[in-house]
Write a new protein. Structure first.
Length: 156
């Protein structure tokens, strides 16, 4: 393109941008006038309908998730589990733990982890004498969890 052609193109582009910029506030002001015609009662009714719809959806999802497989479900249950871990430094740890879930309500519960047995083998850890190990129980872990009803979406 020739320099004069480029100059004309930039002038035209600037004129279009300028017209768009000054025309935008008038369009926004017109839109604001249209929004003011909605009554406050209509807005309140819309809010009530949205809230009722959300509550209905949450209730349907809560009922649909009563399969026993939803980890957010606070129903009375317990489960033993075994875990074997080898860390990067050579420590080998084996845990036998009992997990219990005790519900206070549908949305509030406590998870209790009670270690039944723990074995740690330090044989492969640098700087620790060969054959060193530790046997114990470990710490009881309590987690109080709250599942807000509004977050009740479908699981799985």
């Amino acid at each position: 393109m020739k320099p004069a052609c480029i100059n004309n193109f930039l002038t035209l582009l600037f004129a279009i941008a300028l017209a768009t910029f000054f025309g935008l506030p008038a369009a926004v002001a017109q839109e604001g006038i249209e929004q003011q015609t909605v009554s406050q009662g209509d807005i309140e009714r819309l809010k009530e309908v949205r809230k009722a719809t959300r509550n209905q959806r949450v209730e349907e999802n809560v009922e649909g998730n009563k399969t026993g497989t939803d980890p957010r479900d606070f129903s009375l249950k317990w489960m033993p589990y075994y875990r074997s871990t080898e860390l990067e430094n050579g420590l080998q740890q084996q845990d036998l733990t009992a997990l219990a879930v005790v519900p206070f309500s549908r949305t509030l519960g406590v998870f209790i982890e009670v270690p039944l047995a723990q074995y740690r083998d330090f044989s492969d850890v640098a700087g620790v004498p060969e054959g060193t190990d530790a046997i114990g129980i470990g710490d009881v872990d309590l987690k109080f969890l709250w599942n807000p009803k509004a977050l009740g979406f479908s699981y799985g």
